[in-house]
Design a binder for this molecule. Structure first.
Ligand code: KG4
Ligand code: ZN
Length: 373
């Protein structure tokens, strides 16, 4: 039995402004009382990608009203704390959400819990499913592509990450070259439906390496070359889309298969959970292939519903709730507020597993070379 908790969550790290109220009862049951998302996708579409300055301004314009609506939709609740994404992400946007959360927490005399956006994704499956620690997580979105062992709240081991682009970024950039619009992932998937994946050969990245690292930039360059030189008809375009989707799927499956073996070496759980989160998990080919892979390796495949797979504030509220619960019943004085979040800074880069990130060759503590995630 645990103390029931109700938390307001704020998310603003990319191009979605999101606010949610999440409650966990004495029995540990999680209920999303409200979860609102304002997508900025139309504002960025004409630029073919997210423009950070436009994103930050849009968060400023939206967040107050959205928070008001989310609190109203949650009904008559008494909040225990406020949780907000403090990174990693586009710094202007993160600052907007975090500052709003600090202001709200101060005004209402509530503690503030800064949340790592990746931890939100890592725990998102717990919003709707019974997922047991330790589990294996594949996070595949527009900003991230990594495999993690999630041992518990705040206890992560990164098995591998991308050395260049994220998988969603690869979908988006290749779709852009093919004139498919933004966001590219869903458009590329639709176009691939009538295509023959075997017609164009695309490079296999990091062949020979036995780790769980990802790389998509070679694929992007090769696909762009084929697009310019050989894609003349709708059928050509569909064939290239099918080949790209197959190549990305193949890489995700191959590395995840390795991660499953590594997981087995370290853990004795008989049928562990394998969770896939992030926008790319919406892709049917990717989902189907990962479902088959899980069955082959004796893992239970878990994918959160799409609304919690992509960026949302319910997952941020839940991650904040878990941390807040772990902090126990600290007195709500200024010292606690400083420890729990009032002093938190917005971070553009914030790896979940600092240790693995520090051992990565490109690691520097600050600036563009810092470990992104
Ligand atoms: O998790 P998400 O909403 O945002 C973050 O990046 O954090 O993921 C968005 C990404 C975009 O790159 C988008 O193109 C990709 O997920 N995506 C897809 C599909 N739906 C969304 N990629 C491939 N196939 C899809 N059906
Ligand atoms: Zn995300």
């Amino acid at each position: 039995m645990s103390k029931p908790l109700t938390i307001l969550g704020i998310e603003s790290s990319c191009d979605e402004t999101a606010v949610a109220v999440v409650r966990r009862d004495e029995a540990g049951r999680v209920e999303v009382l409200s979860s609102l998302i304002h997508s900025q996708v139309v504002k960025h579409a004409e630029f073919g990608g997210v423009v950070p300055e436009i994103a930050a301004r849009s968060h400023v314009e939206t967040i107050d009203a959205l928070a008001f609506e989310a609190l109203k939709a949650a009904g008559d609740v008494t909040l225990d704390a406020v949780a907000a994404t403090a990174g990693p992400g586009l710094i202007g946007g993160v600052m907007v959400g975090l500052s709003f959360a600090k202001g709200y927490a101060l005004a209402r005399d509530l503690p503030l819990v800064p949340v790592n956006h990746l931890e939100g994704h890592a725990l998102s499956a717990k919003l709707t499913e019974k997922v047991e620690f330790p589990f294996l997580l594949l996070l595949v979105s527009g900003g991230h592509c990594q495999l993690l062992i999630v041992r518990g709240v705040g206890d992560y081991e990164r098995l591998g990450t991308t050395i260049d682009d994220a998988a969603g970024e690869a979908f988006d950039k290749i779709a852009k070259v093919l004139g498919l619009g933004y966001p590219g992932g869903p458009a590329l998937e639709a176009c691939a439906r009538d295509g023959d994946a075997s017609r164009f050969e695309l490079p296999r990245a990091l062949l020979g390496r036995k780790d769980c690292a990802f790389s998509f930039s070679g694929l992007k360059t090769a696909a762009a070359k084929i697009a310019h030189e050989q894609v003349k008809t709708e059928q050509d375009r569909a064939d290239l889309c099918a080949a790209v989707q197959a190549a990305i799927t193949r890489q995700l499956v191959e590395r995840t298969g390795r991660a499953m073996m590594l997981f087995r070496e370290q853990n004795t759980v008989k049928t562990p959970d394998f969770v896939v989160a992030g926008g790319v998990a919406a892709n049917t080919a990717v989902r189907t292939a990962l479902t088959d892979l899980s069955a082959r390796h004796g893992f239970t495949f878990v994918a959160p519903p799409l609304k919690y797979c992509t960026d949302n504030a319910a997952m941020i509220a839940l991650a904040g709730l878990e941390h807040f619960a772990a902090m126990g019943n600290m007195p709500r004085d200024i010292a606690t507020d400083i420890r729990t979040g009032m002093a938190a800074l917005a971070r553009p880069r914030w790896p979940l597993d600092e240790h693995s990130a520090q051992n990565a060759p490109v690691y520097k503590t600050q600036g563009r070379k810092g470990a992104k995630a």
